[in-house]
Design a protein around this ligand. Structure first.
Ligand SMILES: Nc1ncnc2c1ncn2[C@@H]1O[C@H](COP(=O)(O)OP(=O)(O)OP(=O)(O)O)[C@@H](O)[C@H]1O
Ligand SMILES: [Mg+2]
Length: 510
């Protein structure tokens, strides 16, 4: 039997663990980079209650409100006066936590504040006083570098989100709403909120509850939509709430089988050594043959959220140097695990020669990151211009497998016809799809879809159900990419034959 305290420690959030380390190592001076000031306050309150033999007081200082205690006690003298705030700490009798907001400015601009902090360091250590500075900026003066313990407060993990959710549920019920508090439901809601700050999560919950006063599984679509809007605001990373099932992908049986096998391994990753846990795959191939579609299907097959990194945005310069922007994005993704991460058009940017050094570093970073990233991220990278990718990227060991998605073979095209008819509410049984085999040789999946759409449109315009003739005549009008861009398609295929595993079982008959 596990004792209740060890269970508690196992459920402890990542953020709380950071505070535990601060307290246990007795570090008097901590600097936390975060935009979530409120969250720091709550964590400190929690720490003050739980990490000491008897709870200790928490004081909060800000430029405008001065020093305030939990019970509403104030020390007016410290309003607008960072020096007085430090004096307050020095004179306070007994252990306490002091949360200093907006303190990066005084720290940078006032030498006497820096001096005084160094003076009282030893005193705080002996008295069990902890000063915690929170700021959205990392600005630590050199002379305090050794005394200050610095960390960045990343996004809340699932355990912190669930604790937050519990508190929110109590508030919802108290205000007359209802909550489905089945643990499985709460777990799913928690997962939907993961990837957001607590403020954003609060906002998403409020929006989801706007139309009904009930929080339950029905709220999930609204929560996912809110999350999509919130995450996508940043531009570089998108949350893809698409839900494409694997049976929507026609053909590509080899890749699908591989994925289904890997799903089991990935799901039991916590019990497995990092070597065995699937890291990810690289999918390359002809445009319009289902690379993006397959990646979306992986996420729903693994039952995980999907985040897409837009390499065009990374290289756009809107987020600073591409290398740094990319590293930031990767770091942010570590915090949303477990998830599928999709690097779309990963070869992007390699084509422009002026920043070759930058790209080299970016790829070097990526490959190292692939080796070191958390087990909870499964990477799916897609590429068209595979010939541009550096050789070490394709080499075994980086990705678990490199798949080549070729033009669909005969049976695959028929299956794709079936899928797209069905998706549009038309029963494929009523057609003789075999008749399309010859006519559609060399087509991409996207072209098959386009053919279905134009056949259905033609029938609809004539107010009648679609028939074989509609499909045949629509097919006659399609000019396939493999014809117009024969050389490029041939080049891609040739290149990939030697370097990748075909995602489909048999050769495309030329
Ligand atoms: N194998 C397939 N099964 C079902 N539909 C497909 C298949 N391949 C392509 N399609 C249809 O074509 C559309 C475009 O395919 P997708 O976006 O996956 O191509 P892609 O390989 O990512 O192309 P690109 O290189 O241009 O990004 C899909 O949304 C889907 O509707
Ligand atoms: Mg694509």
């Amino acid at each position: 039997m596990e004792s209740s305290s060890s269970i508690e420690a196992a459920n402890e959030s990542r953020a709380f663990r950071l505070f535990r380390e601060v307290v246990e190592s007795g570090r008097p001076l901590t600097y936390i980079k975060t935009i979530e000031e409120q969250r720091v306050s709550e964590l400190l309150r929690d720490a003050a209650q739980r990490l000491f033999p008897t709870p200790i007081p928490v004081w909060t200082w800000s430029l405008t409100a001065g020093m305030q205690g939990r019970g509403g006690e104030t020390s007016e003298a410290a309003v607008n006066d960072p020096r007085a705030a430090i004096e307050f700490v020095a004179e306070h009798s007994g252990p306490a936590l002091f949360h200093l907001k907006d303190f990066h400015d005084p720290l940078r601009d006032l030498p006497e504040v820096r001096r005084r902090l160094r003076d009282i360091y030893q005193h705080c250590f002996e008295q069990g006083k902890f000063i915690v500075i929170s700021s959205p900026l990392q600005s630590i003066p050199d002379e305090l570098n050794r005394q200050i313990h610095y960390f960045e407060l990343f996004l809340p993990d699932l355990s912190e989100i669930l604790a937050f959710l519990k508190a929110q549920c109590a508030a919802i019920t108290a205000s007359g709403g209802t909550v489905d508090d089945n643990p499985d439901t709460l777990q799913q809601i928690g997962q939907a909120l993961q990837g957001l700050t607590l403020d954003e999560a609060r906002h998403a919950l409020r929006r989801a509850l706007a139309s009904s006063r009930h929080l339950g599984l029905d709220s999930l679509p609204a929560l996912y939509e809110e999350k999509r809007l919130l995450v996508n605001r940043t531009g570089m990373i998108q949350f893809v709430a698409d839900g494409t099932k694997i049976d929507r992908v026609g053909g590509l049986e080899v890749m699908k089988k591989w994925l289904l096998d890997r799903r089991e391994l990935f799901a039991s990753r916590d019990q497995l050594s990092a070597e065995i846990v699937p890291k990810g795959l690289l999918v390359m191939g002809v445009s319009g043959c289902g690379k993006s579609l397959s990646v979306k299907a992986i996420a729903s097959c693994f039952g995980l959220p999907l985040y897409r990194i837009d390499m065009t945005e990374v290289f756009s310069g809107h987020y600073g140097k591409p290398e740094g922007a990319f590293a930031d994005a990767c770091r942010m993704l570590e915090q949303v695990a477990p998830a599928v991460v999709w690097f779309d058009e990963i070869e992007m940017g390699i084509t422009s020669t002026e920043s070759a050094g930058e790209q080299g570093r970016l790829f070097a970073f990526f490959l190292t990151w692939m080796q070191e990233k958390t087990k909870g991220l499964f990477v799916a990278a897609t590429a068209n211009r595979i010939d541009l990718l550096p050789a070490e990227m394709i080499r075994k060991g980086r990705f678990d497998e490199v798949f080549f998605v070729d033009l669909p073979i005969d049976e695959e095209r028929i299956e794709i016809f079936r899928i797209h008819l069905q998706r549009r509410g038309v029963d494929p049984q009523q057609f003789q799809l075999d008749r399309l085999t010859r006519l559609t040789k060399g087509w991409t999946g996207a072209e098959v879809e386009q053919c279905v759409v134009s056949a259905l449109t033609a029938a609809h315009l004539q107010h009648r159900p679609p028939n074989d003739e509609d499909l045949l005549s629509a097919a006659g009008r399609v000019v396939p990419l493999s014809k117009t861009m024969r050389e490029q398609v041939d080049h891609i295929r040739q290149w990939a034959y030697e370097r990748a595993v075909r995602a489909s079982p048999s050769e495309f008959a030329r």
